[in-house]
Write a protein that binds this ligand. Structure first.
Ligand code: ZN
Length: 113
């Protein structure tokens, strides 16, 4: 379990200095690693209220089928995609998102909501 500490209205960070924002499309938090270190890294403008991350944020995962009979069949897993540009505190969801905010631009939700 990651411990978050709130950085601003929009962002929190973990002990590993990863930044997190709440994704209103996925209803989960997405983590951004910045600065030196292993793994994928994003550029960050250093602004905690109106962050910009570059390049785009792409999150993919699979969920078991909603059909109970297919729940244990990994070939029936549903592929989920969340792909966005985070620019000056707004999330621009690209059209390849599988959630309902695909193609829309929204403010990063308040961390406390
Ligand atoms: Zn998302």
């Amino acid at each position: 379990m990651t411990a978050f500490s709130r950085l601003s209205r929009a962002l929190a960070k973990s002990e590993e200095d990863r930044l997190f924002f709440k994704c209103p499309g996925c209803h989960i938090v997405h983590g951004i690693s910045h600065g030196p270190g292993p793994g994928p890294r994003w550029g960050w403008n250093g602004d905690v209220e109106k962050p910009t991350f570059t390049p785009s944020v792409l999150v993919t995962w699979s969920e078991p089928s909603d059909n109970a009979g297919e729940f244990d069949d990994v070939t029936k897993d549903v592929k989920k995609v969340c792909h966005s540009f985070v620019t000056e505190g707004c999330i621009q969801f690209l059209s390849d998102c599988t959630h309902t905010l695909a193609g829309q631009t929204v403010d990063i939700p308040s961390w406390e909501d």
